[in-house]
Design a protein around this ligand. Structure first.
Ligand code: 7TS
Length: 409
């Protein structure tokens, strides 16, 4: 079977050997950011050491090498998510900037009173706050597809809420709080039946499972390199070519133009039209290396590994009646993360005790405050898994939770 050789993978991530007070770190905060293998670190260092130069303009050898590497990085990332080449793959700073790019470059210009933007109650602030603001600035109405008791989207409500007044449906593929995997192909069909665009937030899906944007038929699809063993500072925004061709640029300046006179400017070809100024060269090169690393491991194998870890974590937590778990209980129907609370212990206190045991988890609202309001909790703890985690590490998590239980009993 193509299951993961986790022991061999862990050798690529030196940070996993770190110890705090003699305890080896147990890193379970991958939903916030992933760790980076030597291959990615070395690729970025290699660029700075051996062919650092600015791109798109240089005549000299170094600039040509840097330009080719940066441009081909777009092809690598595009192919990874099933896009048709670099013309459909814009490098942004992160998923948040990708949402803002479409919100400003398309939303502000195209939306007005009477138009509707449909989100979900489980949206991350990157989309929720962005489209809420666009609604305020344009007069468009913002609606939220409800989340059911068991953590799924209410698709009957979705079918009613997406109408001919809907111009944009913006939904996350996998919830960073509930782990829910949303039916984005079905939502794309609903949006397109009403001539609406659909923006899919793939921050928690592209790193963890195979994604094919053409299969989903998304109009836009965004994700971040730092969650998929790549560097911070670069993300991918897929857009259908014909939509990007028709869209106004997001930022103006060098590189995004073809010709400038004192009277006007002509825009550059895709994707450079949306990459103003000196781009994220080193990060883009690191992004491509991260994609190649994940491809070598295999996205199906990663998805299955995370399902195994989620199932193990859910089973271990189900042994206790003082742990409340949020999101679907079926491990094959959710991402590799579990948000939870321990009765009587605030999530921040729990995370602090976890830290005393060198266990790194997240506590707070995970940038989904409206969802936490709906769940009726101010904060939750969250363990999120990746290709280098093990069930032994989940046992360490459970032992640390137990020490918190004893402390607060
Ligand atoms: C679903 C989702 N959308 C968008 C973002 C924003 O990504 P960024 O622009 O790269 O920051 C995140 C990051 N989520 C988290 C960041 O820290 N903890 C998290 O759960 C996310 O989980």
């Amino acid at each position: 079977s193509d299951s993961l050789d986790v022991a061999r993978i862990r050798e690529d991530f030196p940070i996993l050997q770190r110890e705090f007070d003699g305890q080896q770190v147990v890193y379970l905060d991958n939903g916030a950011t992933s760790q980076k293998p030597n291959q990615v670190i070395d690729a970025i260092a290699d660029y700075y050491r051996n062919y650092n130069a600015n791109v798109h303009r240089g005549i000299h050898q170094l600039s040509q090498e840097a330009s080719i590497a940066y441009e081909e990085a777009h092809d690598t990332v595009a192919e990874f998510v099933g896009a048709d080449g670099r013309e459909e793959m814009i490098f942004t700073k992160n998923t948040t900037e990708a949402e803002n790019l479409v919100a400003y470059a398309w939303g502000l210009n195209e939306l007005g009173p009477g138009d509707e933007i449909v989100l979900t109650e489980m949206e991350h602030h990157a989309s929720l706050v962005t489209w809420q603001q666009i609604g305020e600035k344009t007069g468009a109405d913002v609606k939220y597809i409800p989340v059911t008791e068991d953590g799924y989207l209410d698709m009957d409500a979705a079918a009613e809420m997406i109408t001919d007044d809907t111009e944009m449906v913006s939904v996350l593929h996998v919830s960073n709080t509930l782990g829910t995997v949303n039916p984005v192909s079905e939502l794309a069909d609903l949006a397109h039946d009403h001539d609406s665009y659909i923006f899919v937030d793939g921050a928690q899906s592209v790193p963890n499972r195979p994604v094919d944007v053409k299969d989903i038929d998304a109009d836009f699809y965004a994700f971040s390199a730092h969650k998929m063993v790549g560097p911070t500072g670069v993300g991918g925004l897929y857009g259908k070519r014909e939509i990007l061709e028709a869209m106004e640029p997001f930022q103006y300046g060098g590189d995004m133009i073809k010709k400038v006179t004192f009277d006007e400017a002509k825009w550059n070809d895709l994707p450079w039209k949306f990459e103003a100024g000196t781009p994220v060269i080193a990060q883009g090169i690191g992004f491509a290396e991260a994609v190649e690393y994940l491809e070598d491991v295999g996205m199906d194998a990663i998805r299955r590994h995370e399902e195994t870890l989620a199932e193990y974590a859910l089973d271990r937590m189900a042994e206790f009646d003082d742990i409340e778990i949020y999101g679907p209980t079926d491990p094959t129907d959710r991402g590799g993360l579990v948000a939870f609370n321990l009765d009587g212990v605030h999530a921040h206190d729990l995370a602090s005790i976890m830290n005393d045991h060198a266990v790194a988890i997240r506590a707070g609202d995970h940038c989904t405050q409206p969802l936490h309001d709906k769940l009726g909790v101010a904060a939750s703890a969250r363990a999120s898994f990746y290709l280098y985690n093990t069930t032994d590490e989940i046992d360490e998590l459970m032992d640390a939770i137990d020490s918190a239980r004893q402390l607060f009993a």
